[in-house]
Write a protein that binds this ligand. Structure first.
Ligand code: NDP
Length: 451
């Protein structure tokens, strides 16, 4: 069948998705990218077409939306909105993070939950897909305010989740502090100490390497991509966006593997440190962001380097780019600039950070492009390992978890190569990840009947 006919099928499918999910632009974007990979594959495997698997997989199994009232430090009543999208449970309990950010809405969480289904499948671990969160903004809130909000949030969420039902984790705005408050409230309401959340503290059921996992995994994935060209991260200049959990540990691992990280950012701007952000400077960033909760501009003041306000770091010359902040943070123009400056590897720690137009630029230039659902799967994979340890009531060593994480990233890479090799021998990791993630979920859905 010709590409034009496939494209027409994608457009028809997307017209139905858009009509059914009005205004949910990020969700449309994520579904379109997957449909473009899958429709040709489904044509070759008509059993999926007859069972309408693509239509079913794009419809959440359940959406929970709730009011979250709480009192701020001045005694004023505040009201936020809470969500949990239970997208797909064909291969395991729903699994995916909670995001607290003022931009959170139904469309963003549905895109994230949809991506999560494929990502979790790629890890080879038994996890379905979900996502949730709130439009609550933790920035500028006291610890007590964050605690009151998260307790109220969990007071509704607890009835929908459980270690065999739905196991949330962190995401933007939800780190160790928030997971602690959420876990405490769940335990109180259920009177159960179970592995209902991942990203827990090490003293109370957490896994070693879970905080590091997404950034480390994204770096391992970049290394695997480089290996296909007989290359490695050693000596490479790396531009990273974000300065949160994923960015911090990507910076650490790139440096350990011999690369030089020259940028970090937050929503206000980026810093450019041509000498590289070494372990000592990174320790400063971690304290600044995780304890002091300050701005990345303070790094520039401390180390006397350039700070560029209101911009993203994609104009900086680099070999490798790691967008580790948020969705749609690399535009077509940014992608063109990256390629023109010699960047030939993009490994996404964030979810859907590149716009469809940016991805076209990467693909047309045949650069090594690892999409988030493959490259950042190390986080949820290690959450899966945390769930296993909780079930076994055992703790694995740091080395053991890291070795498993590393192997999972290599296996995901192998899956992408298997399903994504182009006729010219290069690898389309988007296609590889989409088809590789789809097959297991689709087969499980078929086996379980019309549910
Ligand atoms: P954090 O909250 O720890 O850090 C987020 C970082 O991105 C901060 O530096 C933040 O800056 C910046 N940022 C957030 N929103 C925007 C925005 N709209 N524009 C510019 N910068 C922004 O989150 P994580 O590091 O956990 O998550 C980063 C990305 O990685 C997200 O896309 C997330 O979905 C994805 N991810 C995370 C996983 C995990 O294990 N944590 C797993 C897989 C994917 P500021 O402080 O100014 O807001």
């Amino acid at each position: 069948m010709s590409n034009a006919i496939y494209q027409q099928q994608v457009d028809e499918f997307m017209a139905k998705i858009a009509a059914k999910n009005p205004g949910e632009l990020e969700f449309h974007q994520a579904v379109r990218e997957v449909a473009e990979s899958l429709i040709p594959y489904i044509e070759e495997n008509p059993r999926y077409k007859e069972a309408k698997i693509l239509e079913r997989i794009a419809e959440p199994e359940r959406v929970i939306l709730f009011r979250v009232p709480w009192l701020d430090d001045k005694g004023n009543v505040q009201i936020n909105r809470g969500f949990r999208i239970e997208m797909n449970s064909a291969i395991g309990p729903y699994k995916g993070g909670l995001r607290f950010h003022p931009t959170v809405n139904l469309g963003i969480l549905k895109f994230l939950a949809f991506e999560q289904v494929f990502k979790n499948s790629l890890t080879t671990l038994p996890m379905g897909g979900g996502k949730g969160g709130s439009d609550f903004d933790p920035k500028g809130k006291s610890d007590n305010e964050v605690m009151r909000f998260t307790q109220s949030f969990m007071t509704e969420l607890f009835r929908h989740i459980g270690p065999n039902t739905d196991v949330p984790a962190g995401d933007i705005g939800v780190g160790g502090r928030e997971i602690g408050f959420l876990f405490g409230q769940y335990k109180r309401l259920r009177n159960e100490f179970t592995g209902v959340l991942t990203g827990k503290g090490i003293e109370w059921g957490g896994s070693l390497i879970r905080p590091e996992a997404t950034g480390y995994g994204c770096t391992y994935f970049a290394e695997e991509m480089l290996k296909t060209r007989g290359d490695s991260l050693k000596g490479k200049t790396v531009a990273i966006s974000g300065s949160g959990n994923v960015a911090q540990y990507a910076c650490e691992k790139v440096t350990q593997m011999g690369g030089k990280v020259v940028t970090l950012s937050d929503s206000a701007g980026y810093i450019y440190d041509p000498n590289g952000i070494d372990a000592e400077k990174l320790a400063y960033v971690m304290h600044l962001k995780n304890v002091k909760r300050g701005r990345i501009s303070e790094y520039a003041a401390k180390y006397g380097v350039e700070y560029v306000e209101g911009k993203r770091p994609w104009g900086v010359k680099c070999d490798v780019a790691m967008p580790n902040a948020t969705q749609n943070e690399v535009s077509e123009e940014d992608a063109k600039t990256l390629v023109a400056n010699g960047c030939f590897v993009v490994s996404e720690g964030a979810n859907m950070p590149s716009t469809p137009e940016a991805i076209e630029v990467y693909q047309a230039n045949r650069i090594l492009y690892g999409p988030g659902k493959a490259a950042n799967a190390g986080g949820v994979a290690t959450s899966g390992l945390e769930m296993s340890q909780n079930s076994l009531r055992l703790n694995w060593t740091r080395e053991e978890v890291d070795a498993r994480l590393h192997q999972i990233m290599k296996d995901i890479h192998t899956t992408c190569v298997k399903y994504g090799r182009r006729e010219d021998g290069t690898i389309d990791y988007v296609k590889g990840a989409n088809i590789g993630g789809f097959v297991k979920v689709a087969d499980a859905m078929m086996a379980q009947g019309l549910v």
